[in-house]
Design a binder for this molecule. Structure first.
Ligand SMILES: [Ca+2]
Length: 257
């Protein structure tokens, strides 16, 4: 049952992306082998996009002509990570969240994208365990892990990571942009004191452009190891991978639980 639900959600994510004419990217062997390993926490390496070189991470400011750190929307952030066997960061524990908040504070970064996503697409509405969606419908898409309900301090945490302020003045998530232009705030970013609220989680419309932090993905690393084994045997293609081309079919998370 868990796997079926998991697949349903994975497919729904793909359908949502496909509806926008865009898909989750598959990892690429060379980019995976050369992925930036800026710092380590637990078993995973991480990097901050603006600390990396290359066209995925830099852009020319049309106003100034200066090359600066690139800002991308939420799906691009995930895909620039995913090509490298990583994904946008997911803070499943307070320790990991502390580490990310500390980095943002130390470097005085205005905001970042995470992999956090609201399950508000096809396949989500049948899930009774996700209702009400604004409270129980948030998950880390890098590991398909459900977040704790948004209206309380997460179990085992000593603080509430969601901001108590935002555009409308109320606690997050508030889906504030929906009332302005009917765009849902379905993606989770960390904002650094933009509402005089410290470093906190906010629900934000996914089209906004921001830098991002990537975290290694066990699933995508395994996928590329399998790909290499196949190629080592002189067999090309995806045969036997159990992967239909979306890179997400082998997900082993707790989101279905
Ligand atoms: Ca918000």
């Amino acid at each position: 049952m868990r796997i079926i639900l998991l697949l349903a959600v994975a497919l729904a994510v793909i359908c949502t992306a496909a509806a926008q004419g865009r898909l989750l990217d598959l990892p690429q062997i060379e980019l995976c082998d050369n992925r930036p390993k800026q710092w380590k926490f637990g078993n995973h390496y991480y990097f901050f996009s603006w600390d990396q070189d290359g066209p995925d991470f830099k852009e020319t400011n049309p106003k100034t002509g200066q090359v600066e750190g690139r800002k991308v929307d939420w799906l691009d952030a995930r895909n620039f990570c995913r090509k490298r066997c990583m994904d946008a960061v997911g803070m499943e524990s307070q320790a990991e969240n502390d580490m990310i908040f500390d980095f943002i504070k130390r470097r005085n970064i205005t905001y970042i994208w995470t992999s956090g996503r609201l399950c508000d697409f096809k396949g989500c509405s049948e899930r009774e365990d996700l209702k009400p969606i604004s409270v129980k419908g948030w998950f880390w898409s890098n590991t398909n892990t459900k977040m704790a309900p948004t209206n309380a301090v997460p179990p085992g945490w000593s603080y509430q990571p969601w901001s108590d302020k935002g555009h409308t003045g109320g606690p997050q998530p508030d889906n504030a942009e929906f009332d302005i232009n009917q765009t849902s705030e379905s993606c989770l970013g960390v904002l650094n004191n933009l509402y005089n609220d410290g470093i906190k989680w906010h629900d934000i419309a996914c089209y906004h452009k921001k830098p991002f932090i990537c975290e290694e993905s066990d699933e995508l690393i395994r996928y590329v190891e399998g790909l290499k084994r196949q190629q080592g045997q002189g067999q090309q293609g995806n045969r036997g991978q159990g992967n239909n081309g979306n890179g997400n079919q082998g997900a082993r998370g707790h989101f279905g639980g």
